[in-house]
Design a protein around this ligand. Structure first.
Ligand code: ADP
Ligand code: MG
Length: 626
């Protein structure tokens, strides 16, 4: 028998192929199954054109047979087969794709089903096999041929017998090495997993004998093993089905089957896009945070399929970070893949799909907010934080996408409200969107800084997440209304106070405040009369960009830079305590020092800030009790 050389620089090319194109050895099976599916598709196309031929669905399938003992794995199909010339051309020439030629000859424009295009996938078999044998009988041919190769030094072709039309790929699986366990490619469970992972949506049944156990006849607790043929793949991808025929349960099953999560998603999104780029997508908004969501291990991304074959498990480029909780997959026939079919050639199409998907997720979330508030709030409880991070990160680039999805607890409604709802309730008198930061709603509720605003009937948003104030600083305004902290120096409320003696009174008070500031020796930037207090004698306010709440958060981070907010001690001039202060100022400077320090510490406590010297504070308390 004559041995033929691979054409062109095939030897080196084959070596390259086997050792460097693929990152994952297991994809050899994906490639062989894809070829088998293409071969059946070709028969199908032939029958479409030829009235004398019939396509009887039951006759077309792919068989996977594993023989552990002899280290043989077979991929058998009932497809179109190959003639001697085709074996030479397609398997003897690397980078020659009979499938691509078929697609062109038959003018299959949308190429919906035919997967092959590069003419290299077949050689992936050499990643796991020492010898690859192909026995094939072409449609309309009487003869069958056997092609055989053990890799780089060429191949042989000879006549052989085969009863039916189709192709058998026979792999002699390699012996285990130190770094690679080839045995697993003969293992039933591994094979099943690989088929499920990559080829679940191949349109023809992929059959395999699997081991099962049953009760031994005539016994009550003795079991015996038996083999039964099973179809491993689910064949029809849910995203190609008509939306109207699918129930909520179908989607939920798909969610569970693909291990997207253990919860019931709050919403599914089914996209069938036509137009510049065609793709189908099924996306899910989970209800609960995955246990690893805030760890480094969590990988965002959507499954990416090309013609129903998995290309990438989690394609990160399909989702922006702020929607990293979305699960699901995208299938497109319009992707240009690179030669390993593990990656994309160029990402123009991918960018387009990603943009569409982003917009769709946003509009569906808004829709949920409008139509099913309860569900939206459930979702928001889990992932609202992520949305707020999205507003804050990338210098606020995405704030327009996200601002309408935000919710905060409202002093008025006592529940979560949107910014739009807040703004639509604002009266003409109110110029700002007010917010207060603190550890919990209960604590914020009691903040003395909110007294005046509440008195005026202004709604206040409660910020209890670390990220809230940072996100809002990035947002700056919503519908032209700026945000204002209840602790900020100027609340932007016009005064009606027009008493004649105001100036002289102010001056008298000013001296008291100056001396209080001196007594606090640098701890506050200023001491001044408060316009926001009603029932409390003092509170802290802040000047400048960094709020007291932000100071707390920044300083709790590792490598904090000891950033300080500019604190102002505000004194309620209408409070009884103020009279006591004035009296002390005029008659007893020691007392003034004692009271000033006590009041300052009280203001710190209300803010949830630590007192600098607790011992001194308690000593002072005792002093006044005596
Ligand atoms: P591609 O699938 O990208 O064309 P492959 O290297 O996987 O490249 O296969 C090369 C060619 O060999 C295919 O295009 C097809 O013409 C032929 N071929 C491979 N496997 C089979 C098969 N099981 N049945 C019929 N033809 C096959
Ligand atoms: Mg192929």
């Amino acid at each position: 028998m004559e041995k033929k050389e691979f054409k062109a620089e095939s030897k080196r090319l084959l070596d390259l192929m086997i050792n460097s194109i693929y990152t994952n050895k297991e994809i050899f099976l994906r490639e062989l199954i894809s070829n088998a599916s293409d071969a059946i598709d070709k028969i199908y196309y032939k029958t479409l054109k030829d009235e004398n031929l019939q396509f009887n669905k039951d006759d077309y399938y792919i068989n996977i047979v594993s023989d552990k003992e002899n280290r043989i794995l077979k991929v058998i199909d009932t497809g179109i087969g190959m003639t001697k010339e085709e074996l030479e051309d397609n398997l003897g020439t690397i980078a020659k794709s009979g499938s691509l030629a078929f697609k062109n000859e038959n003018e299959i424009k949308d190429g919906y089903d035919i997967i092959g295009q590069f003419g290299v996938g077949f050689y992936a078999a050499f990643m796991v096999a020492d010898t690859v044998t192909v026995i094939s009988k072409a449609l309309g041919s009487e003869e069958a041929y056997k092609w055989e190769s053990n890799g780089a030094d060429g191949y042989t072709i000879e006549n052989c017998t085969k009863d039916s039309v189709g192709t058998e790929i026979i792999l002699k699986i390699k012996e285990n090495t130190e770094d690679e366990n080839y045995d697993e490619y003969l293992e039933e469970s591994t094979l099943k997993n690989i088929i499920k992972k990559y080829s679940d949506f191949i349109r023809y049944p992929i059959k395999m004998f699997v081991t099962k156990t049953k009760l031994k006849e005539g016994t009550e607790n003795e079991y015996e093993e038996y083999k039964e043929e099973e179809t491993i793949n689910s064949m029809v991808p849910i995203w190609r089905k008509n939306k109207n025929e699918l129930t909520e349960e179908d989607y939920n099953n798909f969610y569970l089957e693909k291990h997207y999560g253990f919860d019931n998603p709050v919403k599914h999104i089914h996209i069938s896009a036509e137009g510049i780029i065609r793709y189908n997508a099924i996306l899910f908004i989970p209800e609960r945070i995955p246990f690893d969501y805030y760890t480094k291990e969590y990988e965002k991304g959507l499954g990416l399929y090309s013609n129903g074959v998995l290309i990438m498990d989690k394609c990160p480029d399909l989702l922006p970070d702020y929607f990293s909780f979305v699960k699901g997959m995208v299938d497109s026939e319009d992707l240009s893949l690179n030669i390993s079919r593990e990656m994309l050639q160029q990402d123009r199409q991918l960018k387009l799909i990603a943009k569409n998907i982003k917009n769709k997720i946003k509009s569906e979330l808004l829709d949920l907010l409008k139509k099913d508030r309860e569900k939206y709030e459930k979702f928001y409880e889990s992932f609202g934080r992520q949305l707020k991070y999205g507003v804050y990160s990338d210098f606020g680039t995405n704030k327009d996408v996200l601002q309408d999805l935000l919710m905060f607890y409202s002093s008025k409604e006592k529940k979560l409200v949107t910014l739009d709802e807040y703004v639509s309730r604002m009266t003409e008198e109110q110029k700002y969107i007010y917010y207060a930061s603190g550890e919990s709603n209960e604590r914020i509720e009691k903040l003395p800084q909110t007294d005046l605003l509440k008195d005026k009937g202004f709604e206040i948003l409660y910020f209890t997440d670390d990220i809230d104030e940072f996100a809002i600083k990035m947002l700056m305004s919503y519908k032209d209304k700026e945000f204002k902290s209840v602790s900020s120096g100027d609340l932007g409320i016009e005064e009606k106070d027009n008493e004649n003696n105001k100036d002289s009174k102010d001056n008298a008070n000013k001296e008291l405040f100056v001396s209080m500031k001196e007594l606090l020796s640098g701890k506050v930037k200023d001491v001044r009369e408060s316009k926001r207090l009603k029932n409390h004698p003092v509170c802290l306010a802040n000047d400048g960009e960094i709020s007291i709440e932000m100071e707390k958060i920044l300083n709790s981070m590792p490598n904090n830079q000891d950033i300080k907010a500019d604190k102002v001690l505000e004194v309620n001039a209408n409070h009884d305590i103020f009279k006591v202060l004035k009296d002390a100022y005029e008659n007893d400077k020691d007392k003034l020092k004692l009271y000033t320090e006590l009041l300052y510490n009280q203001a710190l406590l209300i803010e949830g800030l630590p007192i600098e010297d607790p011992v001194e504070f308690t000593n002072n308390m005792c002093k006044i009790m005596k």
